[in-house]
Design a protein. Structure first.
Length: 347
């Protein structure tokens, strides 16, 4: 099971052979190796459990030694001791098993971490002693004559050939494991890269969409500000009319007051009304002037707002263009990351 540590590195403690080496490829190599050198071979994980099928196992081992519980236990113990010693040294280890056959174990490492071993051998370096193997046959509970016959079928070779074979297995399997580990890291890194760029690209697309909305809103705001300015101008025009009407009303009130004075006692009431009209017209004019001053200030503020709005609009348009350009670049990088991920996972 592949597991990542908090710092992003792979947890080698839980790394398995199948994570870094293609088992089919390993099986093919193991079978060819065993056939070419007339030696048995099998690959086990760090717990001693086989991950490949045995290659070229001898009849003596398969049909006799491992056919009984005692013999099977002896083999398991022998394999364990051999594998542990190879793990300690980090190098191939050669030893003679309980049945008197020459075996070896080559550790499979990723850096300094042991992930399994490749076991092999089941050969002799000299002619076997019939008496010794009859004794072994009795210990494990198999037919002596059949066992001796199977023992005599076992290949005899020089010890240096066994050592050389173990070295070859060690070099090849560890090269495969290291290359597989680097490929695994590349695969995980490229996947992480692709995922991150996809997320960034999606975020940038959202920003791009929102920036377009902001630009459109800024356009609308500018238009509304201009509308406000136009309305202020219209208000000023109306205020000018009000001032003109107030002046005319004041003049009419003055004329009415003069006529009321001429009329004497009969025009006294009309004179009061004329005075009120003049006062009202004066107040209307003063109010119109105050409103005019306020609308002038509004226009000044609106002019500044329009200026700022135009500057903001220009900036947002530039930002929108920049975000779209970045989004386009990120999409290209995301495509490259996807291609890299595909290449990393290509068998």
């Amino acid at each position: 099971m592949i597991k990542k540590l908090p710092n992003g590195d792979l947890d080698l403690n839980v790394l398995e052979i199948k994570d870094v080496i293609d088992i089919k490829l390993l099986q093919t190599f193991q079978d060819n190796f065993a056939t070419a050198l007339t030696m048995s071979s099998v690959t086990v994980d760090k717990d001693g459990i086989a991950v490949t099928k045995p290659s070229s196992y001898t009849r003596a081992c398969l049909s006799f030694t491992q056919s009984t519980k005692i013999g099977h236990n002896h083999c398991a113990l022998s394999h364990k001791e051999c594998g542990e010693e190879a793990t300690k040294t980090g190098k191939p280890y050669i030893h003679t098993c309980h049945a008197g056959l020459l075996d070896f174990a080559a550790p499979i490492l990723v850096g300094d971490y042991h992930i399994g071993s490749i076991l092999g051998g089941q050969v002799f370096t000299s002619s076997p002693s019939e008496a010794e193997f009859r004794k072994t046959a009795k210990e494990i509970g198999v037919n002596e004559d059949d066992y001796v016959k199977a023992i005599n079928e076992i290949h005899i070779t020089h010890e240096k050939n066994v050592i050389a074979a173990a070295e070859v297995l060690s070099i090849v399997t560890n090269s495969l494991s290291q290359a597989g580990y680097e490929k695994l890291k590349l695969s995980i890194m490229s996947q992480t890269l692709a995922d991150n760029f996809s997320q960034i690209s999606a975020t940038m697309e959202e920003l791009s969409a929102s920036s377009i909305t902001v630009t459109n809103n800024q356009h609308n705001l500018s238009e509304e500000i201009i509308n406000v300015k136009n309305i202020s101008i219209e208000i000023n025009s109306i205020l000018d009319s009000i001032k003109s009407i107030a002046d005319q009303t004041k003049m009419l009130g003055l004329n009415a007051a003069i006529e009321a004075a001429r009329a004497g006692e009969a025009g006294r009431g009309f004179g009061v009304v004329a005075t009120e009209i003049r006062s009202l017209s004066q107040n209307s004019k003063e109010t119109a002037v105050k409103i005019l001053n306020l609308t002038n200030k509004i226009q000044e503020s609106v002019d500044k707002t329009i200026e700022t709005s135009h500057a903001t609009l220009e900036t947002t348009e530039q930002q929108s263009a920049a975000i779209q350009e970045v989004t386009s670049t990120l999409m290209e990088v995301t495509t490259l990351a996807d291609e890299l991920n595909a290449m990393a996972n290509d068998n």
